[in-house]
Design a protein around this ligand. Structure first.
Ligand code: DC
Length: 224
C-alpha cells in the first residue's frame, strides 16, 4: 500500500499527545489535527441544545448536519471556534457518548481522512494509526503509566489553584483507559507498526525531539 504523508499519534488520555503532536507539527511545518476535539464538539452541541446524549441517532444528525471543521489545530462548529469550549468538564464527561456511537465515528473518520488526504498532517487520537490512516507514513503510540498521567493532571489542577484528590484522578484515568480500550468500534489499540514512546520520566522536549528525528528519517527514506 502506498504511504500517505501523515503522522499519527495514538495513546491513552493524559499521555501528553496534544502538546507533543502540536509541537511536532510546528517543527515539521505541517498541520495539527486534534480528533478528540471533533468528538468533543458533537458532545458540546448536544449539551447546548439539550439533546439526549444516549440517543445515537440524534448525535449522528448533529455530526451530519452541522458544519464541523478543523484547521490549524482549531475546531469550529457552524463557524464558531469552539476549541476552548470543548475542554469543559461537562464536555469531558459527555464525550463518551458520541465517541461510543458507531455512526458518529463513521462520519468523523471520513472527515479526518479527507483532511489527511488533502494536506500533510500530524494527527492525534485513539484510532488514527489503526482505523483512519492505516497507510500513514509514520505512526506513534505515546503512553505513560497511569500514575505518571495522574501526577501530571494533578499538577495542572494545582497550577490553576484547584484542589483535587489524587486517588480520584487516578481512578478516572484507569476508567477512561478501560472505556477507550473496550469500545467495539475504533478502540484504543497500539498499531502494530507504530513506534512506542513511553513518556515516563521524559520532558516534553525530549519526547518531541525523538519523534521529530524518527519522522524526518522516514520522510527522507520515502523521498519526501
Ligand atoms: O483526547 P481527548 O481527551 O480530547 O478525547 C476525547 C474523547 O474522545 C475520549 O474519550 C476518547 C475519544 N476519542 C476517540 O474515541 N477517538 C479519537 N480519535 C479521539 C478521541
Amino acid at each position: 500500500m502506498p504511504k500517505i504523508d501523515v503522522v499519527t499519534v495514538d495513546g491513552p488520555a493524559g499521555a501528553g499527545k496534544s502538546v507533543a503532536t502540536r509541537r511536532l507539527a510546528e517543527r515539521l511545518g505541517i498541520e495539527y489535527l486534534n480528533t478528540g476535539a471533533m468528538y468533543r464538539a458533537i458532545a458540546l452541541c448536544a449539551l447546548r441544545e439539550n439533546v439526549d446524549l444516549t440517543d445515537a441517532d440524534a448525535l449522528t444528525k448533529i455530526a451530519c448536519e452541522r458544519r464541523l471543521e478543523s484547521r490549524n489545530g482549531r475546531v469550529s462548529l457552524d463557524d464558531e471556534d469552539v476549541s476552548d469550549a470543548v475542554r469543559s468538564p461537562e464536555v469531558s464527561q459527555s464525550v463518551k457518548y458520541p465517541a461510543g456511537a458507531p455512526s458518529v465515528r463513521a462520519i468523523l473518520v471520513e472527515k479526518q481522512r479527507e483532511i489527511g488526504l488533502s494536506r500533510p498532517i500530524a494527527t492525534e487520537g485513539r484510532d488514527q494509526g489503526t482505523v483512519v490512516f492505516p497507510d500513514a507514513l509514520c505512526k506513534f503510540y505515546l503512553t505513560a503509566s497511569p500514575e505518571e498521567r495522574a501526577r501530571r493532571r494533578f499538577g495542572e489542577h494545582e497550577r490553576r489553584g484547584e484542589t483535587v484528590d489524587f486517588d480520584e484522578l487516578l481512578r478516572q484515568i484507569v476508567e477512561r483507559d478501560r472505556q477507550d480500550s473496550e469500545r467495539e468500534i475504533g478502540p484504543l489499540k497500539r498499531p502494530e507498526d507504530a513506534v512506542l514512546i513511553d513518556s515516563d520520566g521524559k520532558t516534553i522536549d525530549e519526547v518531541v525531539a525523538e519523534m521529530e528525528r524518527i519522522v524526518r528519517e522516514k520522510r527522507r527514506a520515502a523521498g519526501l
